[in-house]
Design a protein around this ligand. Sequence first.
Ligand SMILES: O=c1ccn([C@@H]2O[C@H](COP(=O)(O)OP(=O)(O)O[C@H]3O[C@H](CO)[C@@H](O)[C@H](O)[C@H]3O)[C@@H](O)[C@H]2O)c(=O)[nH]1
Length: 459
Amino acid sequence: MEKTQHKPHCLILPYPIQGHINPMLQLSKRLADKGIAITFAVLENVLSSTDDAFSASISVETISDGYTAATRAAALPPEYLPAFRKAGTESLAQLIERLREGGRPVDCVVYDTFLPWGLAVAKRLGLLGAAFFTQSCSVNIVYYSLFKGWLKVPEVGKEVLLPGLPELGVADLPSFLLDRETHPGSFELLVDQFEGVEDSNFVFVNSVYELEEEATDWLKKFMSVKTIGPTIPSMYLDKRLQHDINYGLSLFKPDDTCMKWLQQQSPRSVIYISFGSMAKLQEQQMRELATALKLTGKHFLWVVRSSEASKLPRDFVGEASGQGLIVSWCPQLEVLAHDAIGCFITHCGWNSTLEALSLGVPMVGVPWWSDQATNAKFVMDVWKMGVRARPGEGGVVGHEELVRCVKHVMEGERSEEMRGNAMKWKELTKGAVDEGGSSDNNIQEFVSTMVGGEALPQK
Ligand SMILES: O=c1ccn([C@@H]2O[C@H](COP(=O)(O)OP(=O)(O)O[C@H]3O[C@H](CO)[C@@H](O)[C@H](O)[C@H]3O)[C@@H](O)[C@H]2O)c(=O)[nH]1
């Protein structure tokens, strides 16, 4: 690669959902801090949610998916993804051209692997391409094996043994392998992430090498993997980026009142419950959760997004008002970092899992879809800092099972051991992003290639 004459410039292309914007924005901040110019390309509706703190160091531009806010909400993946590919390909190329004409030529497109056409645009325009995976290396091995045809969709009841991974039972596999009907197009979206990836100059994964060494080493045989996580604001980890306190772009409005309430609770006494930005729980599951929370008698903080609120049992809000707090969205990192939190009932979305690992909070996993069952398996059996609640009839986790899991994590015989493990992972994830840590080295290596014109990695 030629030495660049101007400040190296990366265009970052995230898929427009919270769980993808957060990690890609965080990598952007790390790169900006190391002297890379960043353009963050988002849809119009995301633009209004950016906060000034990050837009000062990162410039934000829009691209189009061909939809308006109203038509997008109603679109399903089989229709939406090809339309986004078409409109996105065109508007991304136009944006890159505009930037070039404006004296800010782009050197590298860092594209979310949900948008694999980002690489095609980069290559067509003679730019470098860097893939960004928002899920773990272990989950990526499952999808890559499917993409290559090495793994056929397993029949129900069979375990799967893949290189770099522990044996996965059927219930541990990403949900889209066994159920393609409930969320049409999702299986293809996940498998197609690998389109052209072997030609990407870099492959970023939001993970930590030390959390999944074998899986990462195995993937590295096929692509230029660089683990760069956890992508959490620096002030929760290494504290090297003093201004990096929040994620900086929230599609939901956080309710900060819960922080005052947490302040009044004793250490490790509160159960925090959140299912991320997308989960749509069955009404029965909400009922079981509500009953379980009442039965534990413990204080709780429950995030119920406004679109889910109608599923809360009638009277629960009033009845539980002395025991807990329900909010529609919260500053999750601040909550997890608070010493009042004793346990996190989570869907095990990859960001939430990494956040709990990084802040040392034991988990009760209640996976809903996608990679979450696999993440829950790792939480329980590999990282040993929590348990996975087992579902009963109709996939619903009953209140008795939930109470059992919470007690196990907060006061059971093995609770101290889990706490100890949680502290170990907390130190380790911080070490990864600290100067000279595995993720910091990977980011630095990328920056050196961009700045110094070093040889591109072997693919
Ligand atoms: O009240 C809340 C609740 C959540 N969050 C944040 O929202 C993000 C949620 O991300 P994640 O835990 O990954 O869940 P999803 O939003 O469900 O993420 C989708 O994307 C992830 C990355 O691909 C996948 O692992 C998940 O399965 C998929 O559902 C996290 O950073 C949380 O800190 C808040 O800030 N406040």
